[in-house]
Ligand binder design. Structure first.
Ligand code: NAD
Length: 477
């Protein structure tokens, strides 16, 4: 049985209610988490505030950095344990789970080094004045985390917030709590004061909503679906609480005829099958120049047919989806594709000995997907790649920008001038030229255009969002 973690104590929810934890590889319950509510959020916010006003404010930036570095090392020491927890909880193949644990350690390492490098400016003003700015922490930051990359998203969001001098109340997704509860315990072991990192589990509409509404939360960082992002904004707007939103994407991989196709194909495939396609920055559309469309699709199809899907511990190309309703959602998209006559180029195979109740979906490659179809517009959040052809550069830009999203784009071409033009013209928070970084790049600011959200996490840039700028003007004559 997993407990909440508040003020460095493992505690049950006030109501005593719990939720089962399901293993996506076999569909069976194997643990329980707390089903918390507003009373637990209130306790966590009080603990956080006491920490912020007390021991946390006594630490210098360098001392905060040392604590973050100690947590980075501790996470690295416990990487296998954390990876196993997340593997069982989220159905991640071993390689992915280990990569996520390593990324968590790296986030804390990066933000440890950043703590004492965040500073304001002096500003030339009228004669007889000295003017400068301070970057002050918001105070208590709330973090609502999705289930697809719990460790990575905790690292980027909470790591940045702590580095900037905030304390945190974290609401992991109800399907993905185990690794994060353990990380909060490890933080206490390395010396984080009680209340610096608080973990409260439960349903989004109960405990997530309570967090967003709590007047003691000074900033909210939300990563998840556009629908819930809208709800959080509405609730936060009532009390003018600042929000950072990392929402979804329908990210294009754009392959020109002059591209190094051999280099592109494995990256394009990985960008949609990594984490079974449950990645906000999944490359879920592939736009291919007409003259090489059939050739590239033929090669992609061969590779898709060879992909193998099975239980997370088998460490195959693809693990299970997170839960049954997610599998049903993907089935719904595929049924619509079939009804619309969208051709299937190829699909992978679920291994014969996969447990019957696991949430497995073979990767599917679709071709000639009309740009207005849901499969070209909405997140499937499964291993489904939609291909379409483009005539020329203008047409590629038009298709790339033809969704409400704008999170990440990949451009594959050897033409240097075109690389820059595409980077300018595609509306997306990140553009990768001849590479693709789904989820990678701790140092690289990340966030969206349009419905993909606003504000930036990752990199040094994130620290600005986790602070309030104060301008001080001194008239000294
Ligand atoms: P979700 O929006 O359903 O849930 C995200 C989190 O919000 C969970 O912790 C959930 O419990 C909580 N939540 C749900 N309802 C809430 C409410 N009313 N108030 C407060 N919190 C609430 O999304 P999901 O299913 O967990 O994740 C999938 C979505 O997240 C996809 O759309 C994906 O693109 C997006 N995502 C984006 C990024 C990014 O960095 N841009 C990263 C990962 C996932």
């Amino acid at each position: 049985m997993q407990l909440n973690f508040i003020a460095n104590q493992s505690v049950p929810s006030a109501s005593g209610r719990t939720l089962p934890v399901i293993d996506p590889s076999d569909g069976q319950p194997f643990d329980e988490i707390q089903r918390s509510d507003a009373a637990d959020i209130d306790a966590a916010v009080r603990a956080a505030r006491a920490c912020f006003d007390g021991p946390w404010s006594q630490l210098s930036a360098a001392e905060r950095g040392r604590l973050l570095m100690a947590l980075s090392r501790k996470v690295a020491e416990h990487a296998d344990e954390l990876a196993l927890l997340e593997q069982r909880d989220c159905g991640k193949p071993t390689k992915q789970a280990k990569a996520d644990a390593a990324a968590l350690a790296r986030y804390f390492e990066f933000y440890a080094g950043a703590c004492d490098k965040l500073h304001g400016e002096t500003i030339p003003y009228q004669s007889g004045y000295s003017v400068f700015t301070w970057r002050e922490p918001h105070g208590v930051t709330g973090h609502v985390i999705p289930w697809n990359y719990p460790m990575q998203i905790f690292g980027r969001s909470v790591g940045g917030a702590l580095a900037a001098g905030n304390v945190s109340v974290v609401k992991p997704a109800e399907d993905a709590c185990l690794s994060l509860i353990r990380v909060a315990q490890l933080a206490a072991e390395v010396g984080f004061p009680p209340g610096a990192i608080n973990m409260v589990t439960g349903y989004g509409h109960e405990v997530g909503d309570a967090l967003a509404r709590h007047p003691g939360i000074d900033h909210i960082s939300f990563t998840g679906s556009p629908k819930v992002g809208t709800l959080i904004q509405q609730v936060a707007a009532e009390r003018h609480c600042p929000v950072t939103l990392e929402l979804g994407g329908k990210s294009p991989q754009i392959i020109f005829a002059d591209a190094d196709i051999d280099a592109a194909l494995p990256v394009v495939i990985n960008a949609i099958v990594q984490n079974a396609g449950q990645t906000c920055s999944a490359g879920s559309r592939v736009l291919i120049e007409q003259s090489v469309y059939d050739q590239v699709l033929g090669r992609l199809g061969q590779a898709f047919a060879a992909l193998r899907v099975g239980p997370a511990a088998m460490d195959l190309d693809v693990g299970p989806l997170i839960r049954k309703t997610q599998l049903e959602r993907v089935h719904g998209f595929l049924a619509e594709a079939q009804a619309a006559g969208i051709p299937v180029v190829a699909q992978g195979q679920v291994v014969a000995d996969a447990p019957a109740d696991g949430f497995f979906q073979a990767p599917v490659l679709l071709r000639d997907v009309p740009v207005t179809h849901r499969l070209a517009q909405e997140e499937v959040f499964g291993p489904v790649l939609s291909a379409m052809a483009f005539r020329d550069e203008d047409h590629a830009v038009e298709l790339a920008n033809a969704t409400h999203f704008g999170l990440v784009a990949g451009v594959w071409t050897e033409n240097g001038a075109r690389q820059f033009r595409m980077a300018r013209r595609v509306k997306s928070g990140q553009i990768f030229i001849n590479n693709y970084g789904a989820g990678g790049g701790v140092e690289l600011p990340f966030g969206g255009y349009k419905s993909s959200g606003y504000g930036r996490e990752k990199g040094f840039e994130a620290l600005y969002g986790f602070t309030v700028l104060k301008t001080v003007a001194v008239r000294h004559g």
